[in-house]
Design a protein around this ligand. Sequence first.
Ligand code: HEC
Length: 106
Amino acid sequence: MKFTRSLVVLTAAVLTVPAVFAQGPAASLYGSKCAMCHGADGKAATPVAKMMGVPSFDSAASKKQTNAALTAIVEDGKGKMPAYKSQLSGTQVKELVAYIRTLQKK
Ligand code: HEC
């Protein structure tokens, strides 16, 4: 009986964590600063993305990039990708890269 109850609590906790994460600060930052080019789902399926040659985060090439490489691109920019070093803290960039990883799993 006790075991079942803790299992329920545990399951609920596990289920709530990604939900909270999805609506966390990284998600809203992504929505306000990145989604216009990368698309809300990161797949770059927007007219702006097509015009600018934005890569899909869900592509094999993007998945292969290391966190350090993605972090460098967010901070320093690359091609038409703007640099965000002056606007975002190191922690925010780290959270955004982690958020991009969640988009790659969808
Ligand atoms: C003005 C449009 C635009 C905005 C806004 C933008 N990006 Fe980009 N992003 C690009 C383009 C274009 C590229 C491709 C750069 C290249 O490879 O030449 C890119 C590439 C990237 C890459 C590298 C992907 C890969 O696989 O190489 C990451 C990571 C990234 N952007 C993250 C972000 C984040 C995080 C934000 C918001 C803080 C953001 N971008 C906002 C246009 C944009």
